[in-house]
Every structure is written in structure tokens, then in C-alpha cells.
Design a protein around this ligand. Structure first.
Ligand SMILES: [Zn+2]
Length: 102
């Protein structure tokens, strides 16, 4: 697990609920999603895929090292894309809100 030391990780706190969520990876994220195993959020667009199957891709979660795949939750998947509302809360502390691309 020494490799993951170089990955950025921080905790964001939901302004409404006060619940902290660990975030692993760099912003902006292309496909932010939640890890089924540890509840962390990471970028599904930057993971290293270790296997591809007809119905899903498999990779190693950068947050906890468990095997993850992109099947729907009801099919036993382990990476759940965030809703738009959740994505908006993902901005790291100190970043300007909005973030219009220029
Ligand atoms: Zn995890």
C-alpha cells in the first residue's frame, strides 16, 4: 500500500448532514463514484482496469485495494456513480464554485 501514498486523499464534509466522506484522486473527476467496500469516492475514469468482461470491467479500487466492477448495484457491482447533487458537493475545500471551463 505504499504506492497509494502518492495519491491525493482528503475528506469532504456534507454541509447538510455533516457526514465526512473520504475522497481519493485528483480533481476534477470525470466519473466520480462511491466505493462499495469503504464508502470512499474516487474517479472511475482513472482507474487501472485489470479485466474486461461482456457485462462489466474490473479494476482495483484506489481507496482500499479491493476489487471493484461497474455493474449496477443490484447486480453486485461495487462502484456507484454519484448523482449530480452529490457531484456538486465534491469540490475540494478552497476551490472556486462554478468552475466554468475557459
Ligand atoms: Zn474503497
Amino acid at each position: 500500500m505504499t504506492e497509494s501514498a502518492s495519491k491525493k486523499a482528503w475528506t469532504i464534509f456534507d454541509a447538510e448532514t455533516g457526514i465526512g466522506t473520504r475522497v481519493v484522486g485528483e480533481m476534477p473527476m470525470f466519473h466520480p463514484g462511491r466505493c462499495r467496500w469503504c464508502g470512499s469516492i474516487y474517479d472511475g475514469g482513472k482507474v487501472e482496469v485489470t479485466g474486461r468482461y461482456s457485462d462489466c470491467s474490473v479494476w482495483k479500487a484506489p481507496c482500499c485495494g479491493n476489487t471493484a466492477d461497474d455493474r449496477p448495484q443490484s447486480w453486485g457491482g461495487s462502484f456507484f456513480p454519484l448523482t449530480n447533487a452529490e457531484r456538486r458537493r465534491l469540490l475540494p475545500p478552497g476551490s472556486s464554485r462554478g468552475g466554468e471551463p475557459s
